[in-house]
Design a protein around this ligand. Structure first.
Ligand SMILES: Cc1cc2nc3c(=O)[nH]c(=O)nc-3n(C[C@H](O)[C@H](O)[C@H](O)COP(=O)(O)OP(=O)(O)OC[C@H]3O[C@@H](n4cnc5c(N)ncnc54)[C@H](O)[C@@H]3O)c2cc1C
Length: 453
């Protein structure tokens, strides 16, 4: 028997471990698809209730996708090694299939423990690459070749087939989700919902000529970005869709527009498509960066990085009570939706770390809990840049007042999302903008003279 282990790859389409396990069924035995609800991962500081509920929705959808091809998804509760060992004792499976993942340290350690267990139990662990990430190689991945190939490749999708004969008999008992411990925090009222069906609906809305054409002009302001960006990030982060699938959607749209023969539209859509692909390349770059440097989540790169947490400042920033209307409105919007556009994310981090002088660690952690699309590699990579503590040569410091003037000139975003704005109860600015920018930049300059790593 073989076990097919799903983690942050909650889909059937473009799932090479699924394909390979099925292909090898004749030699290695029937396939048991498995998802493990791991108490230690649920309790991990990065995991919030919104993430857990999003995953549950993805699993419901995945159950349905499996049912449609004559299968099932077996869910278990327990630590990965314990669950696998118990299944092994029962079924003596010989092969374990999964995707390689480049993710947070706790999950990386879990994957290593599973690999060690497989070795000791004589189980062959097949971890197949994805996202063009080169495992532990340190060299730069060739993104362009991958993208060109991905755009042409046939995507393997079992939908529409009957694969019943390939699945192992379903082991009892069926897990009751109510027995799974809850992650910390509350759900968010306006967050995106999980599942492949939702992802397809979100993609269908975005991949139209009109939407794509205006995409490059909609990404900087939180006013326009909610409708102007693809918002596929949570689905990419949990592997509900693959990057290859997104690339093919984009390609199909460009081809359709070509077929219409409107040269002005073709040129605009092509420009926007390149702009979008750039972001997918950035995504791969961050994944590779974390793969090469697992300490990104923890290591100080400079000698004088701030360590002391000013709790009053941290609270004000988290709760949207800094007296900087744009910053506070962004926090309130994020608290409701679990999403924010890139520029606004960078502005929040820059304000917290450069102007309020907060260390990047609690800032990164708080936002990881708030972002539904928390993707450790991108998140830590970006937080390190926006806080000035990365190896990125440029210092990207965003003046919150300038951002407000540029991104929300009529104050629509602030009025809509910041409760109490303009009333006597709304706080005065907790710091002087110009002075804190000046001091913050000077501190970063001094810190960057003292490189440790
Ligand atoms: C401080 C900070 C933290 C961030 N944390 C995360 C995170 O945890 N998870 C996450 O997915 N993105 C993160 N980003 C990157 C970016 O903000 C989001 O990917 C984007 O806002 C998601 O919205 P979207 O899917 O509509 O993006 P689109 O603009 O539609 O882009 C399409 C896809 O490209 C990728 N992408 C877009 N921008 C970037 C970028 N700057 N770097 C790398 N990949 C990118 C994402 O996978 C995204 O889904 C962070 C950015 C900053 C500044």
């Amino acid at each position: 028997m073989q076990v097919l282990w799903f983690k942050r790859d909650l889909r059937l389409s473009d799932h090479m471990p699924l394909f390979e396990a099925m292909r090898n069924a004749k030699h290695h035995g029937l396939v048991l698809p498995l998802y493990i609800h791991e108490p230690s991962q649920i309790a991990d500081v990065h995991t919030a209730r919104q993430h857990q509920l999003f995953v549950h929705e993805c699993l419901d959808d995945l159950q349905q996708q499996f049912a449609n091809v004559g299968g099932y998804l077996h869910e278990e509760l327990g630590e990965a090694v314990d669950v696998l060992a118990a299944l092994h004792a029962q079924f003596k499976f010989t092969h374990l299939w999964a995707h390689q993942e480049t993710t947070q340290f706790a999950q990386y350690q879990r994957d290593r423990a599973v690999a060690a267990w497989c070795k000791s139990a004589g189980v062959v662990f097949h971890e197949l690459p994805q996202n063009n990430v080169q495992r532990a190689r340190g060299d730069k991945a060739d993104f362009q070749t991958y993208l060109n190939r991905a755009a042409q490749q046939e995507i393997k999708n079992p939908a529409g087939r009957n694969l019943q004969a390939f699945f192992a008999p379903r082991p009892p008992p069926v897990l009751k989700r109510c027995n799974v411990p809850n992650a910390a925090g509350e759900d968010k009222p306006l967050r995106m919902k999980g599942g492949r069906t939702q992802a397809r609906a979100v993609a269908a809305k975005f991949f139209t000529p009109a939407k794509l054409k205006s995409y490059p002009f909609s990404i900087s302001s939180p006013l326009k970005a909610w409708n102007g960006c693809s918002r596929l990030s949570p689905y990419l982060a949990y592997g509900v869709v693959s990057d290859r699938e997104v690339l093919q959607k984009l390609n199909a749209l460009v081809n359709t527009v070509h077929g219409q023969g409107d040269s002005v539209l073709i040129s605009k859509v092509e420009d926007a498509a390149r702009f979008y692909v750039d972001r997918l390349i950035w995504r791969q770059g961050y994944l590779q960066q974390l793969e090469n440097h697992t300490g990104l989540e923890t290591d100080a790169f400079y000698g004088d990085e701030p360590a002391e947490v000013n709790q009053e400042f941290l609270n004000a920033w988290q709760h949207g009570r800094t007296g900087f209307a744009y910053i506070d409105a962004c926090q309130h919007f994020l608290q409701q939706t679990g999403w924010l556009n890139m520029r606004a994310r960078a502005t929040l981090v820059s304000f917290a770390c450069v102007q309020l002088g907060l260390p990047w660690q609690p800032v990164a952690l708080y936002l990881a809990q708030q972002f539904l699309d928390f993707e450790p590699a991108i998140h830590y990579g970006q937080v390190r840049i926006a806080s000035g503590t990365s190896h990125f040569s440029q210092m990207l410091v965003y003046d919150p007042l300038k951002q407000q003037a540029e991104q929300d000139p009529k104050g629509e975003f602030v009025k809509r999302w910041l409760p109490g704005y303009g009333t006597a109860g709304y706080p005065a600015p907790i710091i002087d903008n110009a002075e804190s920018l000046k001091q913050g930049k000077a501190r970063l300059h001094a810190m960057r003279q003292n490189r440790l790593l």
